[in-house]
Design a protein around this ligand. Structure first.
Ligand code: FA5
Length: 349
């Protein structure tokens, strides 16, 4: 009996000194393991007289139970204490997100235009046909309206405003801005999502445009070219080339499209692929179209409530994903990667 008491008090003393769950496990092995204290005690049973054996066995069982229960209770309390009170355990790290590249590009664009006095506006992305087309000098049957292949919205058409559509370009903001300001000068950058049913290496069904609009007395093409040049040099760096091509938009006269030298193929229009020379699949010609521009058509000024005899203005509309693709040092050869939700890709920015 004395032997049992000694083992029990020794166990309890050791239990009181534990510091970790590993210590607890070591203590369990010491007393209950295959070569443990209790096993050794049991091996000695043959030397005990038959009369005392029963009591001896009962004592071993009682001691085993006591040790098992003590270890179990200790473990339970230990885990509870740790989960509530251990202030030294490192906290759970909260994963930080980051701004999408298009948002970063928008912020950069706004900063570039700020010193020139351009203010940022946002106009509806679900728009009446009137603002997207009619007020922009594009009559209902004009074939140019087909170019945009619209997404119609199920909504009661309005006899004056037409149907509701997902705005295919930011130019619809021109009229809204003219009507808001009423009297020039106007210097606006309208940033918005635009929608067209396109899907290829340079087109997505949802994309962003920013629209520049400048109206005042004596505004001319030189101002437009200078502003586009200033933007391109600020955004892409001093070495990239742009070109203006004559074009036709209903809402500007004269009209242009402008392109930037492609950085995927280095402006050559060709790509080396496994010893073969292929056409650059982004630009196909060495130049990538960034946007359209021109002098605001007198009919558009009139629709905005501005007298074309007194005022003149220019406007441009540029695709934001496109300019991001063409940024110096990036060689994005497919616009769709921007919306692929590929974390590995997104994390780089
Ligand atoms: C327009 O949308 C005219 N509103 C631009 C304009 C504004 C002209 C003011 C004159 C005065 P366009 O359809 O070319 O033009 O589109 C302009 C730019 O938007 C394109 O050059 C391209 O950069 C971008 N873009 C057009 N469609 C897509 C698309 N599906 N995905 C990505 N970018 C696109």
């Amino acid at each position: 009996m004395q032997q049992f008491d000694t083992i029990k008090s020794q166990f309890e003393e050791e239990l009181g000194k534990l510091n970790s769950l590993q210590d607890l496990e070591n203590l369990r092995i010491k007393y209950l393991g295959k070569k443990g204290v209790l096993k050794k005690l049991l091996e000695g049973i043959s030397q005990i007289s038959k009369i005392e054996r029963k009591e001896f066995g009962q004592n071993i069982n009682a001691l085993k139970k006591h040790i098992e229960t003590s270890l179990k209770d200790y473990k339970l309390n230990f885990s509870k204490e740790k989960s509530f009170f251990d202030i030294t355990i490192p906290g759970t790290r909260i994963k930080r997100g980051s701004l999408h590249m298009v948002t970063l590009a928008i912020n950069e664009i706004i900063e570039i235009f700020k010193p020139l006095g351009f203010i940022r506006m946002s106009y509806p992305e679900v728009e009446w046909e009137y603002f997207a087309f009619d007020a922009l000098n594009m009559p209902k049957d004009h074939p140019a309206r087909d170019d945009f292949e619209q997404f119609f919205v199920k909504f009661q058409p309005n006899p004056e405003m037409g149907k509701m559509i997902l705005s295919p370009h930011t130019s619809s903001g021109q009229i809204r801005e003219m009507r808001r300001v009423k009297k020039p000068p106007i210097r606006m950058i309208n940033v918005a999502k635009c929608y067209r049913p396109n899907w290829d290496t340079t087109h997505t069904p949802m994309f962003h445009q920013f629209e520049g609009l400048c109206i005042d007395k004596g505004i001319n093409i030189t101002n437009l070219k200078g502003t586009i040049n200033y933007f391109v040099k600020s955004f892409f760096g001093p070495t990239r080339k742009i070109r203006l091509r004559p074009y036709h938009f209903q809402f500007t006269e004269p009209s242009f499209e402008f392109d930037i030298s492609c950085n995927v193929c280095g402006g050559t229009g060709k790509i080396e692929n496994n010893g073969h020379t292929e056409k650059c699949k982004v630009c196909k010609s060495g130049w990538l179209e960034l946007g359209g521009a021109g002098m605001v058509h007198p009919n558009v000024l009139r629709a905005g409530g501005i007298d074309p005899e007194l005022y003149s203005g220019w406007a441009f509309g540029i695709g934001i994903e496109r300019i991001f693709m063409m940024k110096e040092g990036l060689s994005l050869d497919d616009i769709r990667v921007l919306y692929s939700s590929n974390i590995k890709f997104l994390k780089q920015f």
